[in-house]
Design a protein around this ligand. Structure first.
Ligand code: PAF
Length: 281
């Protein structure tokens, strides 16, 4: 496994690999890798391609009062996990490498990025689309794997790829959950035992909604009311949003859902830890 920290080195490597006929699969990450990330790596490997994992805690997608400085950066452990998973290249640039002094160009998706995460984290998707566009230009992947756990991110990046004519296939991997149902996330490591137990209500609420749909319920207001009621029973959990949206446009679904086309998306604070999760309904 080769570790690359410079943009120019990564760009010449990508050019060389492509010239030799190699297929490149990119798994973009911010590090603090867990089984969920490694499942994305496995999907890339199973496609028989060379796998590049990028590890970069992207400053532009964090708001001023968010957890950029305290975001976990266990690089040694991440590299060991990548090595064990059979990753071919790790691209781990510094912030200055990606955003040199005087950097001033950003990519903005202006529709899908607006609600949900976009409403409560205003500059978030501008940072995500900018860094992912840069990674696509630097690593030149044939395909890139993202987790359904970040449903809105997947939709925004899919739209960016179409709108800006990136020749990159977006592969979406199912959300991996802990045995108790908690969606895997690098931020789970912030949770104390008590907070973690209360956080489980988020996946329980999503499961309940899926069960209601399986039993024939279609009404958005009833599905949201039940999820909100369940979450409201936990003292430490404060809802940021519980919404049912179209899985491609992220527009709020009105009236009734069409099974398979909607997503229930939840964001909540568990004390000071912000968690998101979703379920396709
Ligand atoms: O999902 C993430 O970890 C990040 O948003 C991504 C896609 C790596 C961009 O920084």
């Amino acid at each position: 496994m080769q570790i690359i920290t410079s943009v120019s080195e990564m760009m010449s490597l990508a050019g060389r690999l492509r010239a030799e006929g190699g297929r490149i699969g990119l798994v973009p990450t911010m590090g603090a890798l867990h089984e969920g990330h490694l499942s994305l790596v496995k999907i890339a490997k199973d496609r028989g391609s060379l796998v590049v994992v990028s590890i970069f805690v992207n400053p532009t997608q964090f708001g001023p009062s968010e957890d950029f400085t305290k975001y976990p950066r266990p690089l040694e452990a991440d590299l060991a996990a990548c090595q064990a998973a059979g990753v071919d290249y790790v691209f781990t640039p510094s912030p200055e490498e990606i955003y040199p002094k005087g950097y001033s160009t950003f990519v903005l998706e202006e529709h899908i990025a607006k609600p949900l995460e976009g409403a409560s984290r205003p500059a978030h998707f501008r940072g995500v689309t900018t860094v992912v566009a840069k990674l696509f230009n630097i690593v030149r992947p044939h395909f890139s794997v993202f987790g359904q756990k970040d449903a809105q991110q997947v939709a925004v990046i899919g739209k960016m790829v179409v709108d800006l004519n990136f020749d990159v296939e977006i592969v979406v991997a199912p959300t991996l959950r802990e045995a108790d149902g908690l969606a895997m996330s690098s931020r789970n490591r912030y949770l104390t035992h008590t907070q973690r137990v209360e956080a489980l209500v988020i996946s329980r609420a999503l499961r309940k909604a899926a069960e209601m749909v399986a039993a024939g319920e279609r009404r958005v207001d009833r599905l949201i009311a039940e999820a909100t009621h369940l979450i409201g029973q936990q003292r430490r959990v404060r809802i940021i949003y519980v919404s049912i949206v179209d899985r491609l446009t992220m527009e709020a679904v009105k009236g009734e859902i069409t099974p398979g086309k909607s997503v229930m998306a939840i964001a909540a604070w568990v004390d000071e830890v912000r968690l998101i999760d979703n379920e396709i309904l």
